[in-house]
Design a protein around this ligand. Structure first.
Ligand SMILES: C[S@@+](CC[C@H](N)C(=O)[O-])C[C@H]1O[C@@H](n2cnc3c(N)ncnc32)[C@H](O)[C@@H]1O
Length: 235
């Protein structure tokens, strides 16, 4: 399959730093904290790119698997691992995420700046697949462009900022162009409980957000359903 990141891939993190300063990188690592990740936790990172989040997860002692379709991106990721002073426990898989079928396996699944590369229908299909890979009670994390929730002027500026990046990646990597996705609503629509959101500002704008949802344990769901049943009328 064609490597869409062949030309822009080597410069990806460098361009991110110019475009978003440290805020993009901070957003990718937002939920990788000692509270959220325990040593030995299994973490899947979909479309990992240069792997800044993978490095943080491995530093926390997690058992990390990254999956990416681009060989160019994975070469940069491996170079970053080699430069890292510690021994990182990361399993690198060169594949289309939809062919990676390790269901109900991961304590945390991360999709950072990944879902925005797809048109909505396909983005939903990938989201469903990633939620299937998450264990019951596990976490699903999306770090990406923040949904504009401000006044009309700030929303317009924020959208212009997103469309600038979308256009660059549409031209260079054939990525999708679409409105900014609302990942909080996406998670809720998929039955996840949104437990935490962290925002990252750049140039005075609310540019990026990391949203974490929990995959509700099936037994909790049936308990909820039971309590939602209308009580039988008493005579
Ligand atoms: C916009 S980049 C984001 C990279 C990284 N997550 C980050 O935050 O910097 C999207 C990544 O998703 C990968 N990708 C796109 N489609 C994919 C697919 N179907 N399966 C796996 N990886 C894919 C690309 O190769 C690229 O590395």
């Amino acid at each position: 399959m064609r490597d869409k990141y062949k030309y822009i891939g080597p410069l990806y993190d460098f361009l991110s730093s110019i475009y978003g300063g440290e805020s993009i990188h901070d957003c990718k690592r937002a939920m990788l904290t000692e509270e959220n990740v325990k040593a030995g936790d299994k973490i899947l990172i979909a479309g990992a790119g240069h792997g800044k989040d993978a490095i943080r997860a491995a530093e926390l002692g997690a058992d990390v698997t990254v999956v990416d379709l681009s060989e160019t991106m994975l070469i940069k990721l491996k170079q970053a691992f080699e430069k890292h002073p510690g021994n990182l426990n990361v399993n690198v898989v060169h594949a289309d995420i939809l062919t990676f079928e390790e269901y109900e396996t991961y304590d945390m699944v991360i999709a950072n700046f990944f879902l925005n590369v797809f048109y909505e229908d396909f983005m939903e299909k990938i989201t469903d697949h990633l939620i299937k890979c998450t264990k019951q009670g596990g976490k699903f994390v999306i770090g990406d462009f923040a949904y504009p929730n401000g006044n009309p002027i700030s929303n317009t500026i924020q959208k212009g900022y997103w469309y600038t990046a979308a256009l660059i990646f549409y031209v260079t990597s054939d990525n999708a162009i679409h409105e900014i996705y609302n990942y909080t609503e996406l998670m809720k629509s998929k039955g996840l409980e949104v437990s935490e959101t962290k925002h990252y500002r750049y140039l005075g704008m609310n540019c990026y957000a990391s949203v974490m949802g929990t995959k509700v344990v099936a037994s909790d769901l049936s308990a909820e359903t039971k309590t939602e049943q209308p009580e039988e009328a008493t005579a």
